[in-house]
Design a protein around this ligand. Structure first.
Ligand SMILES: C[S@@+](CC[C@H](N)C(=O)[O-])C[C@H]1O[C@@H](n2cnc3c(N)ncnc32)[C@H](O)[C@@H]1O
Length: 322
């Protein structure tokens, strides 16, 4: 049997998730090349209102955003955590360039493939942009590099990626980010807000079956990368939304008693009929809850930029000065 030190990170994380109770699989592994493409299709679905809302905020309020983060046009690094294809960010980049702002764009993503695609698309439109790709896990960036950027930093954390963590993990993540920030650094974070629960649930349970494919792709990835033998025919995608916790959750449910062997671990896992494996959380907040999250993690809310339906907010936070 493999020892822990010989195991790849993905195998170790899968073992941790499948031996925990309740069982989980980490959502960061959604994003291989196929997962990146599926997520782009999710973003393009009308049911996934988050994309349109954040686009609208940037298209209509880019100037307010710029005047708030850089009133005196002082140069800054624009460090985007989990940038994905950067399609919405491009609206801001274009505006900042048009206004003659001096900045370097540093997108960070765990998927090197999506970063290359981002760079190609951005440079097609903005060939003079200063861009520095940072492929890797943003948790590692927070641990190792964050204090080493020269100059003033504006962090972007868009698309409600913060919602992929429960409140406790989100608070720890933001505290860590805060600890690495300088006094005049800032954070612009896109967060999905609480709203009609049926609108939320549809975004994770679309009639086209794309969110289902996204969830199932995790099993395909584990089959290829760590030699698992998940049989998709016996797993179903099950999304839920609980308005009390504000958590939309995706599960993979085993539709019969079954065993799955994972070669990289040389281990077999038994699943009961209708046993669930939790794969993703997308937490929704109210503006009051966000205010409390900011306080708990050492920030002050400087400004909230909302879409016209008040479905989504890009909230600008500054380190709290004691
Ligand atoms: C929900 S998508 C949002 C993408 C983009 N920010 C947007 O708004 O369209 C999350 C992105 O974060 C990346 N990601 C997830 N976990 C990560 C991690 N631990 N470190 C770096 N990137 C991560 C994924 O690859 C994916 O591109």
């Amino acid at each position: 049997m493999s020892t822990i030190t010989e195991l790849s990170k993905i195998a170790k994380d899968v073992r941790d998730g499948l031996t925990s109770s309740p069982r989980t699989l980490p959502s960061k592994y959604f994003y291989d090349d196929a997962g990146d493409k599926l997520f782009q299709s999710i973003m393009a679905m009308p049911e996934y209102y988050l994309t349109d809302c954040e686009f609208e905020i940037f298209q209509t309020q880019a100037d307010n955003i710029l005047n708030t983060i850089a009133p005196n046009k002082r140069p800054f690094n624009l460090i985007e955590l989990g940038a994905g294809d950067g399609s919405k960010t491009r609206v801001l980049l274009r505006h900042f360039q048009e206004k003659g702002v001096d900045f370097t764009y540093c997108p960070v993503d765990i998927s090197a493939g999506i970063l290359e695609e981002l760079k190609e698309e951005v440079l097609k439109e903005l060939p003079d942009l200063n861009i520095e790709l940072l492929a890797g896990d943003y948790f590692e960036l927070l641990n190792q590099r964050i204090g080493k950027f020269e100059g003033r930093n504006v962090f972007l954390f868009l698309g409600s990626t913060i919602g992929n963590y429960n409140e406790e993990r989100a608070t720890r993540f933001l505290q860590k980010l805060r600890d690495g920030m300088r006094e005049d650094d800032q954070l612009l974070m896109g967060v999905d807000l609480k709203k009609d629960p049926s609108v939320i649930l549809k975004a994770y349970n679309d009639p086209h079956g794309i969110t289902k494919e996204f969830n199932m792709n995790l099993l395909r990835r584990l089959n290829v990368e760590i030699g698992a033998n998940f049989d998709e025919r016996y797993w179903m995608h099950h999304p839920t939304y609980d308005p009390q916790s504000g958590e939309a959750r995706s599960y993979l449910v085993s539709t019969k008693p079954q065993e799955v062997y994972i070669e990289a671990l040389d281990e077999t896992y038994s699943f009961e009929a209708w046993e669930e494996v939790h794969t993703e959380i997308s937490k929704k907040y109210s503006l009051n809850q966000l205010e409390k999250l900011a306080q708990a993690s050492g920030f002050d809310v400087a400004e909230n930029f909302l879409d016209c339906k008040h479905y989504f907010v890009d909230t600008l936070w500054r380190p709290h000065k004691s």
